[in-house]
Design a protein around this ligand. Structure first.
Ligand SMILES: C[S@@+](CC[C@H](N)C(=O)[O-])C[C@H]1O[C@@H](n2cnc3c(N)ncnc32)[C@H](O)[C@@H]1O
Length: 209
């Protein structure tokens, strides 16, 4: 038996552009922990339906989710991506250029917490957020996303199940504890309307009321 995710991926085949991104990540010797293909399509769909003009992505790797987000950006829109490692930002930059989105993508390299504080000080606001970086900071990233959100903005957080560790009471490392806290926050915060998709590795979705 194939999994529901495999069935869906057979129907919605990954295109050549995204396949090349995955290849480039492997060739660079990086772990391919890009967002799952089905959730990549969902990001394009969410950006499109919300007519997002400004998107903030936290955690870049090779640009897979960046391309999915950029595909849904409204004309004249902007994708700002926060990434710790210069090498990852450089690979993503090349991949977004190859995908035809070079002109609309910007990068801030360094710890995302520092970049988020700078954005907050500058009073910047965004229509859509993807949280997909170091798990231990997810609760703080969520607070920043709410602070930087335009009314009605969408927040997505990937890897909410941590390959089952979130559900396992014997697993209590710092990432697991932080993700549990993030999941509880996004589920209960009265400023948000939210849900969680339990396919792949789990995706939390919210809109800021
Ligand atoms: C799961 S990968 C991102 C995958 C990407 N969103 C995609 O789907 O194509 C996580 C990324 O977060 C970056 N990262 C880890 N800690 C970070 C931090 N403190 N600040 C910014 N980026 C960080 C890693 O270097 C890595 O590139």
């Amino acid at each position: 038996m194939i999994t529901p995710e495999q069935y869906s991926e057979d129907l919605y085949r990954e295109d050549e552009v995204l396949r090349k991104v995955t290849e480039s990540i492997k060739e660079s010797g990086m772990n391919d922990v890009s967002i799952a293909p089905g959730y990549g399509r969902l990001l394009t769909l969410l950006a499109t339906v919300s007519k997002a003009r400004s998107i903030l992505e936290i955690g870049v790797l090779g640009g897979y989710s960046g391309i999915c987000l950029a595909r849904g950006l409204a004309e004249g829109g902007r994708l700002l991506s926060l990434e710790l490692k210069e090498a990852n930002a450089a690979l993503a930059r090349r991949n977004l250029e190859a995908a035809g989105f070079g002109g609309l993508a910007e990068y801030m390299v360094g710890p995302a917490l520092d970049s988020l504080e700078r954005l907050a000080e500058r009073g910047e606001q965004f229509d859509l957020f993807l949280i997909d970086a170091d798990k231990e900071n997810y609760p703080v990233y969520l607070e920043y996303a709410i602070r930087l959100a335009k009314p009605g903005a969408i927040i997505a957080g990937d890897n909410t199940l941590l390959r089952g560790r979130t559900l396992n009471p014997d697993k209590n490392g710092p990432s697991v504890q932080a993700i549990r806290k993030f999941n509880e926050m996004i589920a209960t915060d009265e400023r948000l309307l939210s849900t969680m998709l339990p396919a792949y590795d789990g995706l939390a979705l919210a809109i800021v009321k």
